[in-house]
Design a protein around this ligand. Structure first.
Ligand code: ZN
Ligand code: FE
Length: 254
């Protein structure tokens, strides 16, 4: 069994501390800063065995070196981006497996936000740490990759079971959901979702993890090939990449 502790940091980042309960092996996903991680580890009486990095941005690797110095943990990242992952020890690629104690995760290459972005999918537990690729009701900006690349990455995530829990790295849900509603303003189910999200956020409750099944139904960036949806939001006769690109551009200007 894997437990996940969610640590909100900076404006809207989430760091995740995961523990394989059987072996007490621990890993930290995308440590932006070190203090709250150290605090949580000390409270739980744990050391840190691994750092899992989804991509090279500073709000995901900022505490790599400090935590490695303190705990001698191993840093795991994408082989293709190893030059930009500080302190990297174990270099993985699409399709590789990695064990946190008895919990096995599979690596997906989900580039698009950056050129070397990966996701960690824990198959038995059905949860995915996807960094800045898929957000609740949104997706990462295309800083380095192309729309075609991001579409392929999102399709990999979309192919997972509906009950998959999505642990993304930012709390952007309310803004994303308002964007989704601006595209599809008469969608009553979506309106209800937005109200639920508003209520959670007004009480400072995280909306993450989210459920992949909901994302398949409501996330504009997973509906680039849904003809009914595209028609409703006024996009016709475009291929998947073109629809995705336009939705992404609209969000960039939202
Ligand atoms: Zn990023
Ligand atoms: Fe980020």
């Amino acid at each position: 069994m894997l437990t996940v502790k969610q640590i909100p940091v900076l404006n809207d980042n989430y760091i995740y501390l995961i523990v394989d309960e059987k072996t007490q092996t621990s890993a930290c996903v995308d440590p932006a800063i070190s203090e709250p991680v150290i605090e949580t580890l000390e409270k739980e009486n744990l050391s840190l065995d691994f750092i899992l990095n989804t991509h090279h941005h500073f709000d995901h690797v900022g505490a790599n070196i400090e935590l490695k110095k303190k705990y001698s943990c191993k840093i795991i990242g994408n082989e293709k981006d190893s030059k930009r992952i500080p302190g990297i020890d174990i270099k993985l690629n699409e399709g590789d497996f990695f064990d946190i104690g008895k919990s096995k995760c599979k690596i997906f290459d989900v580039s698009g936000h950056t050129k070397g972005h990966i996701a960690f999918y824990f198959m038995e537990e059905n949860l995915i740490f996807c960094g800045d690729t898929l957000f609740s009701f949104g997706c990462g900006r295309l800083f380095e990759g192309s729309p075609a690349q991001m579409v392929q990455s999102l399709l990999k995530i979309r192919s997972l079971p509906d009950h998959t829990k999505v642990y993304c790295a930012h709390e952007y849900t309310l803004n994303n959901a308002n964007f989704a509603l601006s595209l599809d303003p008469f969608n009553e189910k979506l309106k209800k979702k937005v109200t639920e999200i508003e209520s959670k956020r007004s009480r400072n409750i995280p909306t993450i993890p989210c459920n992949l099944g909901d994302e398949k139904n409501f996330n504009p960036f997973l509906m680039f090939d849904n003809k009914d949806y595209l028609k409703r939001i006024g996009l016709n006769d475009l291929n998947d990449e073109e629809s995705f690109k336009i939705i992404r551009e609209m969000k960039d200007n939202f």
